[in-house]
Design a protein around this ligand. Structure first.
Ligand code: P1T
Length: 382
């Protein structure tokens, strides 16, 4: 489709149902499909292998990321794991040092057992990626902006390096969403989402997706999607499509609300540092502004008085719900050191700057004055 993003979000992959004219395509809950003769089917055999509703969702995600091929998975983690199945014993991966705790855990605790080696580097400086390349490096794994410190890496600079060396690159675009950032246009060979987050947008599904322009990568991943079988249900695929229709307007409001909350947080004497990609004193704000449309809806900040202050602050909040996850219409808050990033050893957290006073906010699309009033309650509880 040549339409612009907002239009594709509503229409790509979702024509009216051919049989009934239903404007919203029906959900194909069938696990299997009738064959007219052995091997003579109408494009679908078995829903792990392919399902019409999942196909629509995959086509939609490919369209939003400007890619040719989309593949959907049962969770962001399932998408991450399936990509790793492309690797062999003895292969090497370079990964950003600040990534979702579960991603780090899977690489460090699971994949290493199968003889795949990982080097974690600060990818905000592309030179660190260059320096970490080995003969057996097969993949560079980037998260930008990162979870939870909102670090930003220069996608174009890094994919220039990887393509020169014939190394695959993947950008986990979960925090930005395809509205804000298009990694494939910047040279990435794959883009991944936890669709649990902004894509679904309503905290009512768990899912993942990988989009690529590379036919060879797609064929490998499609084989593995079927062989490993971590696919989403037709219902979750449909829910994600329903959520995506409002992605563009949601993302605008998330960013508007976030920038108001940042203004407020910067004035608070209890706050040591605010992390947000578009803040002028963010070390990579220039790159962020070049490769992202808005700074997004995620904010992290350090409270000067550490863990106790963070616990008390979170306890004082009423509208911000204390919960893992992000990207929904409702505002969430969490404490990364003991929640989303608890699987990262304490010394490592200290090294990369996940401090004891760190609080992460997923700014929802509620009225921003109510959100600020809620933060006041948090500070009043310190
Ligand atoms: O939760 P799941 O759908 O399996 O997605 C994993 C994942 C992958 N990539 C990023 C950047 C993520 O943030 C996540 C999941 N993150 C959370 C649950 C969280 O609260 O940070």
């Amino acid at each position: 489709m040549t339409f612009k993003f907002e239009t594709r979000a509503i229409h790509a992959g979702q024509e009216a149902d051919k049989e009934t004219g239903a404007v919203i395509p029906p959900i194909h809950m069938s696990s299997t499909f009738k064959q007219d003769g052995v091997g003579n089917h109408r494009g679908f055999e078995y829903s792990r292998t392919g399902n019409p509703t999942r196909n629509q969702f995959e086509e939609l995600m490919a369209s939003l990321e400007g890619g040719r091929y989309g593949l959907a998975f049962a969770s962001g983690s399932a998408a991450t794991a399936t990509v790793q199945l492309m690797l062999n014993e003895g292969d090497h991966v370079i990964c950003g040092d600040d990534v979702y705790g579960g991603t780090f855990r899977f690489f460090d605790k699971v994949m290493r057992r199968f003889g795949v080696d990982y080097t974690f580097v600060d990818t905000t400086d592309p030179v660190n990626v260059s320096n970490a390349i080995q003969e057996n490096t097969k993949l560079v794994w980037l998260e930008t902006p990162t979870n939870p410190l909102l670090k930003v890496s220069d996608i174009r600079a890094i994919t220039d390096i990887t393509s020169k060396h014939g190394i695959m690159s993947l950008v986990d675009n979960t925090f930005a969403s395809p509205y804000n950032q298009s990694p494939l246009d910047l040279g990435a060979s794959m883009v991944l989402h936890s669709t649990t987050k902004y894509i679904g947008g309503h905290s009512d599904l768990v899912g993942g997706v990988v989009v690529t322009n590379d036919e060879n990568i797609h064929e490998q991943l499609r084989f593995l999607q079927n062989a490993a079988g971590a696919v989403p249900s037709p219902f979750d695929s449909w829910l994600a499509m329903r959520g995506i229709k409002t992605l563009a307007v949601r993302m605008e409001r998330h960013a508007m609300n976030a920038s108001r909350l940042i203004e407020y947080l910067l004035e608070r004497p209890e706050v040591a540092t605010v992390y947000y990609p578009f803040l002028d004193d963010h070390p990579n704000s220039q790159v962020a502004k070049e490769q992202m449309r808005t700074g997004g809806g995620m904010i992290s900040f350090d409270l000067k008085d550490g863990k106790n202050a963070a616990y008390n602050f979170l306890k004082g909040l009423e509208l911000f719900t204390l919960a893992e996850s992000l990207g929904g219409v409702e505002s969430l808050c969490e404490y990364p050191p003991d929640m989303t990033h608890g699987s990262i050893p304490e010394e490592r957290r200290a090294e990369i700057g996940i401090n004891p006073g760190l609080v992460r906010l997923s700014v929802g699309i509620e009225n921003v004055d109510d959100l600020i009033a809620d933060l006041e309650k948090g500070f009043a509880n310190l």
